[in-house]
Write a protein that binds this ligand. Structure first.
Ligand SMILES: NC(=O)c1ccc[n+]([C@@H]2O[C@H](COP(=O)([O-])OP(=O)(O)OC[C@H]3O[C@@H](n4cnc5c(N)ncnc54)[C@H](O)[C@@H]3O)[C@@H](O)[C@H]2O)c1
Length: 342
């Protein structure tokens, strides 16, 4: 039985909690033993915010041992794995402390605030031999995983163009301090940057326009072009100032030599050049579920993490760094640094 401790019980902590509840009901040999949040007394009876809703408004946490400090939790509990759903500015420090103390760590995206922190996480995971995976959930989202298969097996030839997008209203609290969250670029747009890097490898250069709307939040609207030597035209756009009743959206449109594929957040549609379009049947599960299934099984059977390695999520942060540098130079092309840990 794999014993799990969850740190952070805000929006994503609850999302992970919902998925652990489901996985345990499905018979996976894991148990959620303890939950830690600095505001645990307040949160155990309160609603969490977020751009998608979690299953319950208020959670009954009486079956779990609760903590308001993670050092106390790991001192009192015998755990195998920690799920970190804390704010971004804590990801690197906490992940490294926990791996040094012998825990496998599933940490929310973005990996860290910058490439140096990410490099430290990569190094710590390699040295301690502990499994570390960052919750870049699109890699496990059925609509995006389908695209990855099409790119890999070239069933429609090579990609000629790709447009990836997402948007919502502004998050609240610490998210709006660029120093704590990295702003829309690192917090929201990174999903698409990571997918582009996962699909096509790191681009040679990037050009990003960024627009600040909310004081102190950094670039709230971003639009990036990614240069690849084979000439495919790849761009991504994110905007977290879509207020009113807008809600949340994400999607892509990718063109291949022999088909184009579109994802509207719900369905994938494939339009082959020489035949009728179709909607492939994909799992209705979210990437939040898929990433946990993958990570937990890797830990349970001691299999290496291959879909979302620390090295590859650190490479995404190198692309983000170049995008931030470009945004600060009105979209000038900026080279992406070679990964320190290939
Ligand atoms: N994968 C996704 O699609 C997705 C979506 C939303 C958020 N996220 C990421 O998940 C992380 C958490 O975001 P969120 O929306 O849950 O934020 P949140 O503010 O709702 O929750 C964070 C929780 O961590 C707690 N916390 C803060 N410091 C702590 C500490 N030292 N020890 C224990 N608990 C502490 C806070 O009290 C809060 O309850 C962020 O890095 C964010 O970027 C990912």
């Amino acid at each position: 039985m794999l014993k799990i401790g969850l740190i952070g019980f805000g929006f994503m902590g609850r999302m992970h909690f919902d998925n652990y509840t489901r996985l345990i009901a499905e018979g996976l040999p894991v148990s959620l033993n303890a939950i830690c949040d600095i505001r645990i007394d307040e949160l155990k009876n309160a609603k969490a915010g977020g751009n998608m809703s979690t299953l319950q408004e208020v959670y009954d946490l009486t079956p779990y041992r609760l903590y308001d400090h993670f050092e106390r939790m790991i001192a009192d509990e015998e755990l195998d794995m920690i799920d970190l759903a804390v704010p971004t500015y804590l990801h690197a420090e906490m992940s490294c402390i926990l791996m040094e103390k012998g825990y496998h760590v599933m940490c929310e995206k973005p990996m860290a605030l910058n490439a140096e922190e990410a490099g430290r996480m990569v190094e710590t995971a390699a040295r301690t031999g502990k499994k570390l995976m960052i919750g870049q959930c699109l890699r496990f989202w059925p609509g995006y995983a389908y695209l990855k298969q099409c790119v890999e097996d070239r069933r429609y030839g090579a990609v000629t163009q790709g447009y990836f997008y997402r948007g919502s209203g502004a998050p609240q609290g610490w998210f709006l301090d660029e120093k704590l969250s990295g702003g829309c670029l690192l917090d929201m747009h990174i999903h698409d940057t990571d997918m582009i890097q996962y699909l096509f490898g790191s681009p040679k250069r990037v050009s990003t326009l960024g627009r600040n709307v909310i004081q102190g939040a950094g670039s709230d609207i971003v639009s990036s072009h990614y240069y690849y030597p084979d000439g495919k035209v790849i761009n991504a756009q994110a905007d977290w100032t879509l207020e009113g009743d807008f809600g949340f959206y994400m999607g892509y449109r990718v063109n291949f030599e022999r088909a184009n594929i579109q994802f509207d957040g719900a369905d994938v549609t494939v339009n082959p050049n020489d035949g009728p379009g179709f909607v492939p049947e994909l799992s209705a599960d979210s990437g939040y579920y898929g990433e946990l299934v993958y990570f937990l099984n890797a830990v349970l059977s001691d299999r290496p993490i291959t879909v979302c390695t620390p090295e590859s999520t650190a490479a995404t942060l190198a692309v983000i760094r170049a995008e931030a540098a470009s945004a600060s130079q009105e979209g000038a092309w900026v080279s992406v640094a070679e990964p320190a840990h290939p």
